[in-house]
Design a protein around this ligand. Structure first.
Ligand SMILES: Nc1ncnc2c1ncn2[C@@H]1O[C@H](COP(=O)(O)OP(=O)(O)OP(=O)(O)O)[C@@H](O)[C@H]1O
Ligand SMILES: [Mg+2]
Length: 282
């Protein structure tokens, strides 16, 4: 790996104190629930390719991507899995022919504006990036670090493999070219009670072991793979010491309980569960 091709997350360590986390919050609702219901991977034909390029591939992103293709770890980019407002997800292959997922954040001034708003005025940020792309890179690196932190303690999230500017490479969740469906699209999960318990254990372990609160947990950000949940989209996650961590935790719990209640599953008492989650907080 040459110098130009190394992870960029360290560059942001100075700016982003991931241990204490920061006020990346009020706009969380805006980045969620904008799901494109793409159940099948679409091969990119020429016209789709152009549209995808126009929406996410600015010149610099193309440059970054071409470096990842030239110097590894990518072999080729296959097709788009999901097109969202802030990021697109692609299926790609690594040098060993294994599928990987690419999350490419768009370098967009509006997105960067609201991201910046979280950063400005927060004393925990030593330096505030001035340019649009740096703010986006910071956000992407935050998702990488949050994933790493969760993955390291054994939680079911995609393994983050590499971050380079606005391109996050992570483990692909799916079978062959068919990505795993979102939980929201599963009419009747096979073993709903154990599924619920696994998600509740995730919330608890994320809090107690990774010291994070997801902040946008719902059936829209859970993949259903091999009848098991895999939690995604963790860029907005906050440290348990974040002033709003409790509010987010309560919301995450409510979302999950609501989903299972709709399936007719009896859920634990939310208050009891909340206290169970936070009990080892120190
Ligand atoms: N590692 C992965 N493997 C397979 N599919 C994935 C992976 N990560 C994300 N996806 C798919 O891409 C979609 C969007 O990913 P994610 O939720 O991380 O992005 P987002 O920021 O919420 O994007 P959007 O703006 O579309 O809401 C997911 O709903 C899922 O279908
Ligand atoms: Mg999402």
């Amino acid at each position: 790996m040459d110098d130009n091709n190394k992870d960029t997350s360290e560059e942001y360590d100075e700016i982003l104190d991931i241990e204490t986390d920061k006020e990346f919050d009020t706009k969380i609702d805006e980045i969620q629930r904008r799901q494109i219901d793409t159940k099948r991977i679409k091969k990119i034909d020429q016209s789709k390719k152009r549209a995808a390029i126009e929406s996410v591939f600015d010149e610099r992103t193309i440059f970054t991507l071409s470096k990842l293709l030239r110097n590894g770890p990518l072999e080729r980019v296959e097709g788009i899995i999901s097109a969202g407002k802030e990021a697109n997800i692609y299926l790609a292959y690594d040098l060993y022919g294994k599928e990987v997922a690419l999350k490419i954040y768009k370098i967009d001034s509006n997105t960067s504006k609201w991201m910046r708003n979280y950063i400005i005025g927060d004393p925990r940020f030593k330096k505030i990036p001035h340019n649009i792309s740096k703010v986006i890179f910071l956000w992407a690196s935050k998702e990488y670090k949050n994933l790493k932190r969760a993955y390291k303690v054994g939680l079911k999230v995609p393994n983050p493999l590499r971050i380079k500017d606005n391109i996050l490479i992570m483990e692909y969740i799916g079978f062959g070219s068919i990505p795993a469906p979102l939980l929201k699209d599963i009419k009747s999960p096979k073993e709903p009670i154990s599924l619920m318990n696994e998600i509740l254990t995730f919330i608890k372990d994320l809090y107690q072991k990774a010291k994070l609160v997801h902040g946008d947990l719902s059936e829209f950000n859970i993949l259903y793979h091999n009848q098991k949940p895999v939690i995604i989209d963790i860029s907005q996650a906050v440290s348990i010491h974040h002033p709003k961590a409790e509010v987010y935790l309560v919301r995450d719990i409510k979302n999950i309980f609501k989903y299972f209640e709709k399936l007719g599953i009896e859920t634990p008492d939310p208050k009891d569960f909340y206290y169970e989650v936070i009990k080892t907080d120190n």
